[in-house]
Design a protein around this ligand. Structure first.
Ligand code: ADP
Ligand code: MG
Length: 199
């Protein structure tokens, strides 16, 4: 790791590297209840972010997140590309340059609402929102030990998508056969939260 790496650069890099390191797992999850492209989609997007990291990571927090989101929209594809892109772009729009926990919770609330609107979806449909929403609640209602608490909250929320029946996205076509598998997009969000909290 270069010394003096800007925090936004370090966090964006950690998220992208973590997703790339878990691409095969994400592929396997999407093979079970989707078309098997989620790992490759996310890997492509995160590789594009890393390729552009010198530019993105040098920007202030809001612009860096917005730029990363823009790259994801252009490169991830599938249903999840525009949704993850919306998440990061909206975070960038509402975060001040030196965010506190309350600022982060406020920005995440806006970003989660934007993902819900974009996906015409909500909690309980077995999607990434089933991790985003509990993470938001834990960040908003908790105290400043969020770095140690949120990974467990996100991991448990991703695991809790397994018994759900999908109501949105490709997995919804499977009906009851979507039950028993973790949602790939939910797992991606949990990996991102873990990466952010560890970095
Ligand atoms: P595709 O479904 O087009 O193949 P991906 O495999 O990359 O795209 O992404 C699938 C993930 O996208 C799902 O696991 C789910 O978490 C998320 N997703 C799909 N549709 C929606 C939606 N309407 N709202 C929120 N998340 C969604
Ligand atoms: Mg897919």
């Amino acid at each position: 790791m270069p010394t003096g790496e800007a925090p936004q650069r370090r966090l964006i890099r950690a998220v992208a590297e973590t997703i790339i390191a878990h691409a095969e797992e994400l592929t396997r999850l999407d093979q079970a209840i989707g078309d098997g492209d989620h790992g490759v989609n996310m890997q492509r997007g995160c590789a594009a972010v890393l390729a552009d990291l010198d530019r993105i990571g040098a920007l202030p927090w809001p612009q860096a997140l917005h730029a990363a989101g823009t790259v994801l929209v252009m490169t991830v594809g599938g249903a999840s590309g525009p949704l993850f892109g919306t998440l990061f772009m909206q975070l960038g729009k509402s975060l001040p340059p030196a965010p506190t926990r309350a600022d982060m919770a406020g920005a995440l609330a806006g970003a989660v609402a934007a993902v819900k609107a974009r996906g015409k979806s909500d909690v309980g449909a077995k999607t990434m929102l089933d991790v985003l929403d509990p993470v938001l609640a834990a960040l908003r209602d908790g105290d400043d030990d969020w770095r140690t608490r949120l990974p467990a909250v996100a991991g448990a929320a991703a695991a809790a998508t397994a018994p759900m029946q999908a109501r949105r996205g490709r997995a919804a076509f499977l009906g009851a056969r979507s039950i028993g598998h973790v949602d790939p997009g939910a797992r991606s969000v949990a990996l991102m939260v873990e990466a952010v909290c560890t970095a």
